[in-house]
Design a protein around this ligand. Structure first.
Ligand code: FRU
Length: 458
């Protein structure tokens, strides 16, 4: 590395130099956010700034595996088509060995990122930091006041990360995930500006059943309902849940009424929300810790889900694919009342709409079944060839029951009954050959979906 070359220069060279190879590899996703090359995990810094949406992500540009964390970056004018941007953050300060997850806000003229500086060699381990861009997100400058929160709250542990910031009652509010007496919790801070924070106390905490540490807490209010989305560690059988409750901003506390799993597929974690002025959107990491990542051999691993619009109905969260995704449709493939029409469908970048109150959708490759999703007896159920079965009840009163399915080469996202139940699942079909089938009557619509990315230039 020459003197003038920075960690960011090196990171960009690493991420973008292999971009063509990755793009041409068999499973490269066409319309989901993934890195030009290398590793990604959590979505970070979701923000609408000016006339563009910005999505950042946990990124290791040097290899398709987790390593010292950087922040990768993409942006979009329409939420459907994306452009790769230069790597936004590298761990280049004495107080950090990794730039962990966090959030993004519009702070006057600046696009500001609030993130966790991680350093395993420091007993404090995790502190909260700020970086700002004054050129629309092309480059970021870290605050001279970093770390702006230099230590975890008394009584909590050094697992203290993933700040999510929003504005309420005229002040910045921040939740940070941590642990107290072995129970997951979210610490609440408030600030007049992003460099100065006051600890308010624990926003809420596990009652002993909701995990030992809360990663990636996200507060939002959807359809007059306060929600706290968390990724609890050590909550057996559950990965990413949403708590329904009531946030008393003056008191700094949120009650917990009930909770719901966000997505019952194997590949969904660390979801983050974005309020864009009109609605709340959600994007998750479409993978999970500790799973095989077969695309590593092609130089990449990890992707984000499509953006989903959030709604609350009868105490349940609905996730609906953002309507903007219709802009990806390149051609109608099926428009039929006959479910059999699905059996002649080919292709692996598709959107399907299966209008049915009851039945099973089966996705296979030439070697066998990859997954099945069934809708019957008031339940939606995902069954995988590894024997895993995940199931949740659906309300009986859905006006347009059925499945919306987004297939993108090595991923499937399935939204049941208007998004009441969601399944995100990675699949690795042999020779990219997919076979589609429904075992009941269904009204079938299918579209081919096109490439969402401009060719990466950096
Ligand atoms: C969640 C997480 C976060 C952390 C990041 C590190 O997947 O463990 O808590 O900030 O990933 O990459």
């Amino acid at each position: 590395m020459s003197n003038a070359e920075t960690m960011l220069d090196r990171a960009n060279a690493a991420a973008f130099s292999k971009a063509d190879e990755v793009r041409n590899s068999a499973y490269a996703l066409k319309y989901h956010i993934a890195a030009p090359s290398g590793w990604i995990n959590d979505p970070n810094g979701l923000v609408r700034f000016g006339d563009r949406y910005h999505v950042f992500y946990q990124h290791y540009p040097y290899a398709p595996e987790w390593g010292p964390m950087h922040w990768g970056h993409v942006s979009s004018a329409d939420l459907a088509h994306w452009r790769h941007e230069p790597v936004a953050l590298a761990p280049d300060m004495p107080y950090e060995k990794g730039c962990f997850s966090g959030s993004g806000v519009a702070d006057g003229d600046a696009l500001a990122l609030i993130y966790t500086a991680h350093d395993d060699d420091n007993p404090i381990k995790e502190t909260q930091c700020v970086a700002r861009s004054f050129d629309g997100g092309r480059s970021f400058v870290k605050s001279p006041l970093n770390p702006v929160i230099p230590c975890y709250p008394e009584g909590c542990t050094s697992d203290f990360r993933d700040p999510k910031v929003w504005k309420q009652d005229g002040r910045w509010q921040m939740v940070v995930g941590t642990s107290h007496d072995g129970r997951g919790c979210a610490a609440l801070y408030t600030g007049e500006d992003l460099d100065h924070w006051t600890y308010r106390g624990l926003l809420c905490e596990s009652d002993g059943t909701l995990g030992s540490m809360w990663e990636c807490p996200n507060f939002c209010r959807v359809d007059d309902q306060d929600l706290l989305i968390i990724s609890p560690m050590e909550m057996p059988g559950h990965k990413n849940i949403v708590l329904f409750g009531n946030f008393d901003c003056a008191a700094g506390r949120m009650s917990i009424d009930h909770w719901q799993e966000l997505d019952l597929g194997e590949d969904f974690y660390a979801a983050q929300v974005l309020y864009d002025g009109d609605r709340t959107l959600l994007i998750g990491w479409m993978d999970m810790w500790g799973k095989p990542y077969p695309t590593q051999k092609d130089g990449w691993a990890g992707a984000l889900t499509i953006p989903r619009e959030l709604h609350v109905r009868n105490g349940r969260l609905l996730q609906v694919p953002a309507p903007e995704l219709k802009a990806l449709r390149t051609g109608k493939r099926i428009d039929s009342g006959d479910a059999k029409s699905l059996e002649s469908l080919t292709g692996d970048c598709l959107e399907l709409n299966l209008g049915m109150a009851k039945g099973t959708f089966i996705l296979s490759d030439p070697e066998g079944e990859l997954l099945r999703v069934s809708l019957s007896d008031g339940r939606a159920t995902l069954t995988l060839p590894n024997g895993r079965v995940a199931s949740a009840p659906v309300a009986p009163d859905c006006e347009t029951p059925g499945l919306r399915v987004f297939v993108d080469r090595c991923s499937v996202e399935c939204f049941v009954n208007g998004g009441e139940v969601c399944f995100s699942q990675r699949i690795y079909p042999k020779d990219n050959a997919l076979i589609y089938r429904v075992d009941s009557e269904a009204k079938v619509d299918a579209w081919s979906l096109g490439d969402a990315f401009e060719a990466p230039v950096c």
